[in-house]
Design a protein around this ligand. Structure first.
Ligand code: OAD
Length: 239
């Protein structure tokens, strides 16, 4: 790791927030073991029974409002402050721990827990309060169109054109804490590699798309990633 990279993309998943205390999706005590994806995270479920879906995300907001970023999030801030490259964070997480840690250039491709979108007028607004199908959009004043600004299965991801161009121009692609089973994010490494990037995977364990990565660093990201950042900073041509 002696070369200096110019464009870095960091893809994050629920595993980077695990050491802050947030549940991941697919661990034994994860969200998808206690809830059926079909009931709370598909666009069909939302149309069928919006208040069940609203209640699920309403119940997540208080914890997500309070949690604090961990050492992996703050290591990204340090990298962005001191490493001489353009560094973007593409996150599948709906928590806002990257922002709380001071990360810049963060793209929430699966949306944000503290945002609501109106399906009638497209208005996106922030709130930590509970929302229901009875609520009215503050912009178009219509009732029944408010949806958590979370990308459900069956919907398009956010910021994809920009993310595609980031992937095509990066020379270092880093994945932290994602199981690599949900596409298209699971395929980002392939795009980055195709366009010439070197790739690193940080995870607790081997993932299902692990063969796509050039390097693997196993262990808790709050320990492994800050070490990696120190190493990158000590080998770059800074200044
Ligand atoms: P998963 O729950 O599928 O995977 C979390 C990954 O983090 C696993 O591979 C764990 O091994 C790893 N992990 C756990 N703790 C870690 C730690 N301390 N350090 C490093 N790695 C750790 O979560 P995602 O991959 O984020 O989408 O799931 C992808 C998408 O599936 C989510 O964004 C969500 C879900 O359906 C939506 O809700 C739209």
């Amino acid at each position: 790791m002696t070369k200096t990279y110019k464009n870095i993309v960091i893809l994050t998943g629920a595993g980077i927030s695990a050491e802050s205390g947030l549940a991941t999706f697919r661990s034994s005590d994860g969200l998808w073991n206690n809830h059926r994806v079909e009931d709370v995270a598909t666009i069909e479920a939302f149309y069928r029974n919006p208040n069940v879906v609203h209640d699920f995300y309403n119940s997540m907001r208080p914890e997500m409002q309070q949690v604090k970023p961990n050492a992996a999030h703050t290591a990204i801030t340090k990298l962005q402050q001191f490493y001489p490259a353009d560094i973007s964070v593409v996150t599948q997480n709906v928590d806002i721990l990257h922002e709380k840690a001071g990360n810049k250039n963060v793209f929430h491709i699966h949306g944000q827990i503290n945002q609501i979108v109106c399906l009638n007028c497209g208005n996106v607004f922030e709130t930590w309060n509970d929302v229901s199908a009875q609520d009215v959009c503050p912009q178009c004043h219509k009732k029944g169109y408010l949806k958590p600004n979370i990308v459900f299965f069956g919907e398009n991801l956010l910021y994809m054109n920009h993310v595609d161009s980031l992937l095509q121009s990066c020379d270092l692609f880093i994945s932290i804490g994602t199981s690599g089973v949900v596409y298209p994010a699971a395929g980002f490494v392939q795009t980055a590699k195709f366009f010439g990037a070197e790739s690193y995977e940080f995870n607790m364990e081997k993932t299902s798309n692990n063969i796509l990565f050039d390097h693997h660093i196993y262990g808790p990201a709050g320990t492994t990633f800050p070490k990696f950042v120190e190493n990158l900073l000590s080998h770059s041509d800074i200044g």
